[in-house]
Ligand binder design. Structure first.
Ligand code: FNR
Length: 340
């Protein structure tokens, strides 16, 4: 039997891994030898849109829709509940089209009745489908993912991208919860951020390159001559600064290739109010198991507390007041584009 596309994505995401060329090595935090704070005074609470969350680490959208994906969603939902982390489900279009697979998404709400959970659909979704996705898991926010390059590389993928912004605008108008527009690993430019802001999108998840690579995944799933597109996209450090030149603190999530607390802290210091991680959680769960997954989340939180103490930043928002030096390709890019 052919394994489902969802499980192929899981398989190739693990096989190909994350390049970690997300640009965060260009970001240097300036050591503070007089931080005047203590680990007891650090709070990891943060804000995304109107939502207040006890952790700035988001378990980002991955899966649902097939039987094996239900157990992945269950383990991730238990992690989210135990560690107080927000979590997004993978694209719910399969459950919109076939209600029999809805339980593989609903497990996330069942395991975590009081948690912050994001619904997820692509920009092809109608407003009616978006409302059903939100309702399906009693979501606190809706992610709309943009994945033009992934679609173009897939032989069976979409070829027309007309009307995306109009559909997003209609969803924003009628959604009872905040709408987050996210990329899946190719980034969001300043110009696109302005277009999204104009139609009322409350939150962006920049989804830059340097992490899970959906160009490489689609090229690996079949014989392909499009491997020259595997470097497509804007690294996370750069797309984050592009988005932050338009959207204020509290409305930008950094993601794409974030693997540890230092990379997360750099993104938060640049001005992200939360950090999304997908491939890293998947890898630890599938290669090392559930206990290792829980230890990994603890390490991320403890690592953030350690770095925030060292920088003298008692809150996630206070991190944005810490000095930071931007070097290399990220600095050159910002200079060329006139981004401060
Ligand atoms: C994803 N991602 C994703 N995103 C989305 O909005 N809807 C989806 O259905 C999926 N599906 C999916 C499956 C798998 C197996 C992975 C690993 C990822 C993309 C994900 O949310 C994120 O944007 C990218 O993976 C980049 O972040 P990382 O993995 O580098 O942390």
């Amino acid at each position: 039997m052919r394994i489902s596309r969802k499980m192929e994505h899981v398989h190739y995401a693990l096989e190909l891994g994350q390049s970690r060329q997300q640009g965060l090595s260009d970001i240097k935090l300036v050591h503070n030898c007089l931080p005047e704070t203590s680990t007891d005074h650090i709070a990891l609470t943060t804000t995304i849109g109107d939502l207040i969350m006890s952790s700035p680490i988001l378990i980002n959208a991955m899966t649902g829709g097939a039987q094996e994906t239900e157990s992945i969603n269950r383990e991730l939902a238990i992690l989210a509940r135990e560690k107080g982390m927000p979590m997004a489900v993978g694209s719910q279009m399969s459950a919109i089209k076939n209600s029999e697979v809805a339980p593989s998404y609903q497990i996330v709400r069942r395991e975590n009745p009081n948690g912050v959970i994001f619904a997820n659909l692509g920009s092809e979704a109608s407003t009616e489908q978006a409302l059903r996705a939100i309702d399906m898991i009693e979501a606190n926010a809706l992610q709309i993912h943009l994945n033009v390059m992934q679609e173009l590389i897939m032989p069976e993928g979409d070829r027309s991208f007309i009307g995306m912004l109009g559909r997003i605008e209609s969803i924003v108008r009628q959604s009872p919860v905040p709408v987050i527009v996210k990329e899946v690993g190719f980034g969001i430019s300043r110009d696109n951020a302005k277009q999204l802001q104009e139609v009322g999108v409350q939150v962006l998840d920049v989804g830059g390159s340097g992490g899970t690579n959906f160009a490489a995944i689609e090229n690996a799933r079949r014989p392909s001559s499009l491997a020259w597109l595997n470097d497509w996209g804007t690294p996370t450090s750069i797309t984050l600064l592009e988005a932050l030149s338009v959207y204020p603190w509290g409305s930008v999530i950094a993601s794409g290739g974030i693997t540890n607390a230092l990379e997360a802290a750099k993104a938060l210091t640049l001005g992200a109010s939360a950090v999304g991680m997908a491939g890293s959680f998947l890898r630890v769960l599938r290669t090392d198991g559930v206990d290792a997954l829980h230890s990994f989340a603890d390490e991320l939180h403890q690592g953030l507390i350690l770095i925030m103490t060292a920088l003298g930043a008692p809150s996630v928002q206070a991190l944005t007041q810490c000095p930071v030096v931007i070097m290399g390709e990220t600095a050159e890019w910002c200079q060329t584009r006139g981004i401060d």
